[in-house]
Design a protein around this ligand. Structure first.
Ligand code: FAD
Length: 482
């Protein structure tokens, strides 16, 4: 296989470079782009860690992984112990090692980063997680079941974290998932070349082996309401249903054929496996001139899928500049290497169709950055008379997602905020209802995998405290849930 070859470490201020598939090759397949550290590379990178007495990196991790401790274990070649150390706080390390924005979290606080490159904590986490996957995941035995039932709604990173943490404490956890498979955005949103599906499945399997029961194809709010779950013997419920509804531009022509929301496009590519056509007979209709609207991770994922599906040109149309793009820098660079063209300071104003109702043009207006707002963000302002039309035959709109309202509209007394976000106490994850907790994108708006997991950890802890308190008052034995 032709690959970029990583160079040996130069000095302690430089991180060990990572090996990736070469762009010319990877644009023709959906295999993972980043190939991960070899043992030699991981040891060299781990040796850069200063093992600080007061590690700031831990503070930067929303789930509080003891970073210096696991890196020290890598240095001692104790990979099994290193993964066990990570799993004390994080049940999904192979996933987080791949998609967490570490540069904004743990690595941002690394002392080495003040003078040179931070330790590549994410790549080291991925290294030990992958070592364990190759060997077979070791599942710690849960003490005795306490017989108490908890329901989790939604099998994304928030729900999986709550389920794993409570199972480790002896709870009988049932996860209700609307789709046929668990993982949430990790399977239906993030493409194979960034996060392989078998990695997600292996970590879901780990959660299952902790004793968690999964009920797929179970759309809550329809199959059962939250009240019905509580009446059926679940003593607490966690809602982690994410933010799966696409935001739209609401401009003329958005209903034309060939205009997709990124959610629909990525679900067709990932979940319906059009990336595996003709092995799976579910192709997606994609033209040759693709425009993707937006500047976040979702927009980049859609653009890079379009490249791999054979589009001749893929342009990302974003209304601010590169500096304001919310996507990860590493993924922007990957997209550039793969030939994605960036059209900054441009906002769509309408889509133009042909006689058959198929999109053929994208009218846009050029923008300039106005004064910064209170948060310091420059608002884009249209430049009068700068309208132009871009030739396109496919458009993918990736400007954000909002919560699905089904649970909120079927649960009496559940307080929500603007946009359907479920209101919670940030310290505990509790909603306005007793015994009902929420976390992840449904309670924050679209965020990140690790923030969803962080809120899952808080909720699991609160559910445990709540049920322990209840146990002391209970005179009846715990009921059996459905
Ligand atoms: P989700 O992952 O959305 O999971 C919610 C689950 O609940 C889903 O499985 C859904 O089917 C299920 N569900 C919904 N309604 C019901 C119901 N009524 N009954 C039963 N089940 C239900 N974050 C990063 O950190 N790094 C990245 O690189 C990154 N890239 C991304 C790329 C894309 C394309 C997208 C869309 C998001 C990306 N994110 C990334 C964001 C991240 O994936 C989310 O913040 C995270 O998945 C939120 O987790 P969650 O558990 O709250 O919700």
């Amino acid at each position: 296989m032709s690959q970029q070859v990583s160079k040996p470490i130069q000095n302690k201020w430089q991180a060990v470079p990572i090996t990736k598939q070469e762009p010319a090759r990877r644009t023709k397949n959906f295999q993972e782009v980043v190939l991960g550290y070899s043992e030699e590379e991981a040891l060299a990178e781990a040796s850069r860690c200063l093992t600080c007495q007061k590690p700031e990196c831990v503070k930067g991790c929303p789930v509080g992984v003891d970073v210096p401790a696991f890196i020290k274990l890598i240095k001692e070649n104790k990979y099994q112990e290193a993964i066990a150390k990570i799993k004390e706080r994080n049940s999904l390390p192979a996933i987080c090692g791949r998609v967490c924005p570490q540069e904004e979290q743990c690595q941002k606080h690394c002392l080495l980063g003040k003078k040179g490159a931070s330790v590549s904590i994410g790549l080291l986490e991925r290294f030990v997680a992958d070592c364990e996957l190759k060997k077979g995941i070791n599942v710690e035995l849960v003490n005795v079941s306490n017989g108490r039932n908890v329901a989790v709604v939604g099998a994304g990173p928030a729900g999986l974290t709550v389920a794993a943490d409570l199972a480790k404490l002896g709870y009988k956890v049932t996860v209700f998932e609307a789709l046929h498979t668990a993982g949430g955005v990790l399977v239906y949103g993030i493409p194979e070349f960034r996060l392989p599906k078998d990695i997600v499945q292996a970590e879901v399997d780990y959660v299952e082996r902790l004793g968690v029961k999964f009920r797929s194809d179970s759309l809550l709010g329809r199959l059962y309401t939250i009240d019905e779950l509580l009446a059926k013997g679940f003593e607490a419920v966690f809602i982690g249903t994410g933010a799966g509804l696409p935001k739209l531009l609401n401009i003329p022509g958005e209903n034309l054929c060939g205009v997709y929301s990124a959610s629909e496009f990525l679900i067709r590519v990932n979940l319906m496996k059009s990336y595996k056509f003709p092995e799976y007979r579910t192709p997606i209709s994609l033209g040759k001139k693709v425009a993707v609207i937006g500047g976040g991770n979702v927009a980049l994922d859609a653009a890079r899928c379009a490249v791999r599906l054979g589009a001749e040109s893929v342009k990302m149309v974003y209304r601010r500049t590169r500096d304001e793009m919310p996507a990860r820098e590493e993924e922007i660079l990957n997209a550039e290497e793969e030939g994605v063209i960036f059209k900054f300071l441009s906002a769509p104003t309408q889509f133009i169709g042909d006689e058959q109702g198929k999109v053929k043009g994208l009218q846009y207006v050029e923008m300039e950055l106005g004064e910064p707002d209170q948060a310091g963000r420059h608002n884009p302002v249209p430049i009068t008379g700068s309208e132009a039309v871009m030739d396109v035959d496919t458009v993918i709109v990736a400007i954000g997602r909002t919560p699905n309202p089904i649970i909120q509209s079927t649960t009496k007394g559940l307080k929500t905020l603007i946009g359907g976000i479920i209101a919670i106490d940030r310290e505990t994850g509790q909603t306005s209802l007793e015994a009902v907790y929420a976390g992840g994108d449904i309670a924050t708006g679209e965020a990140t995998v690790i923030s969803a997991m962080g809120s899952g950890k808080i909720a699991a802890n609160s559910i445990h405290n709540y049920l322990r308190g209840k146990e002391e008052k209970d005179v009846l034995p715990a009921k059996t849930a459905i």
